[in-house]
Design a protein around this ligand. Structure first.
Ligand code: PMP
Length: 405
């Protein structure tokens, strides 16, 4: 098979989308006005699909910190953490995160994706066993593949299924790595972490929780789902990203295990890539402080999440099973997903379109993510746009729409 022939199916699918004025393959945001407003082509839109949970991308202290860093440290480190890419800011942020999460060690990575690759892929290898929730993020699957460990998937959010599979492992369960997420990125639901922690107490194993979508969102101090459910001491490794609540780019892993810090000397995704830019690190440090100092942002975020969730349920939409700032609207076909996504932009609302195979059982979903920076009036406008769509005929739907975003 010629090298590029494998893209033929994708080329066909993409052609279908490209004929339409608004394509989910590489949406161009032409202008950004604030954490919640931008322009796509002719359409001024409310941004309701950005993971910008506390709205900190335009926070004045974060902007100032990044500007200062740019002036004094330049645009990039041009090197790996192991070589010339560890500036004082990187080290300080590791210490600040260790303090915040109350963990002995924190290792920064260049993205959340690399944090998973660099942590899971280094800790486990051939001969090890990883038990992971079936709905885990692609970076977790890729990390497991990279590691060569035996992968055992358990049913999404089904603690009994996990327990059954661990019991089957017998003694081997003691050394297995269990991986779940705080808030799941597709359905916006959260892991039954109390039950999972109890299973770990009974049967052993190590527990890694990817809190990418729950840091700053859940827990009294914003440490995530484990804090919310009071099971932090059962979690061996916390994974996180700077690309959501903290409004920049980068990722981290935190642990209380004395040997954990050694991982940085063995982790190829840590060693063989350049470190996050100093300005990014400076803005994350400022964002972390804002997150700590302003718990009211979290209160506002949840008020907005409840407002939007209720509005969509009242309209009769099928939404995610639990209320959280990630609110998917489930639609029965890719065509309908595409129709909704395009029409919502025309009605002034940008959301994420998610199509099979990224969704289960051929469904599509348009995923809203709520921010503390949304005003109640903006949430009403998002609900209003969905209300308009209920009534509209679907003549603009694109046929044969397939493929994941
Ligand atoms: N883990 C989860 C659960 C995620 O949802 C994401 C991003 N969507 C990542 C990791 C990767 O984070 P990043 O964007 O920082 O690479």
């Amino acid at each position: 098979m010629a090298l590029f022939d494998k893209f033929n199916k994708l080329i066909q699918e993409r052609a279908t989308f490209i004929q339409t004025e608004l394509s989910p393959f590489g949406t161009r945001i032409d202008e950004i006005y604030s954490p919640t407003e931008g322009r796509i082509g002719e359409c001024r839109v409310i941004l309701a699909g950005t993971n910008n949970y506390l709205g900190l991308t335009f926070d004045p202290t974060c902007l100032d910190a990044a500007r200062q860093s740019l002036e004094h440290e330049g645009t990039g480190t041009t090197g790996s953490r192991m070589a010339n890419g560890s500036y004082s800011g990187h080290i300080a942020l590791e210490a600040e995160l260790a303090d915040f999460f109350q963990r002995r060690s924190v290792i920064l990575f260049s993205t959340g994706y690399l944090a998973n690759l660099g942590t899971i892929g280094t800790l486990t290898g051939p001969g090890d066993i990883v038990l992971l929730d079936a709905d885990c993020h692609a970076s977790i699957y890729d990390a497991c593949k990279l590691s060569g460990a035996q992968i055992i998937r358990f049913r999404h959010n089904d603690a009994h299924d996990l327990e059954r599979r661990m019991l089957r492992l017998g003694e081997q369960a003691k050394d297995a790595l269990i991986i779940v997420e705080g808030i799941y990125s597709m359905l916006g639901d959260y892991a039954p972490l109390k039950e999972i922690a109890e299973i770990k107490r009974q049967l052993g194993g190590y527990l890694l929780v990817d809190e990418a979508h729950s840091v700053g969102v859940m827990g009294k101090h914003g440490r995530g789902l484990a804090e919310e459910l009071n099971v932090e001491s059962d979690v061996d490794i916390v994974l996180g990203t700077f690309s959501k609540t903290l409004g920049a780019i980068g990722g981290f892993a935190a642990s209380h295990h004395p040997e954990f810090n050694l991982l940085r000397y063995a982790s190829r995704p840590y060693i063989f890539t350049a470190s996050p830019s100093p300005a990014s690190i400076a803005s994350v440090r400022a964002a972390l402080q804002v997150m700590i100092d302003q718990p009211e942002l979290r209160t506002r975020l949840w008020a907005n999440a409840r407002h939007l969730h209720k509005g969509l349920v009242d309209l009769g939409y099928c939404v995610g099973p639990q209320v959280s700032p990630v609110i998917p609207v489930l639609l029965e076909s890719p065509e309908k997903g595409m129709f909704f996504w395009q029409k919502l932009i025309k009605h002034g609302v940008y959301v994420n379109l998610v199509l099979p195979p990224a969704t289960p059982s051929g469904q599509a979903l348009v995923r809203c993510s709520v921010s503390a920076a949304h005003t109640p009036e903006q949430i009403d406008r998002i609900i209003g746009a969905f209300a308009q769509l209920m009534a509209e005929p679907r003549k603009e739907a694109v046929s044969n729409a397939q493929g994941a975003t």
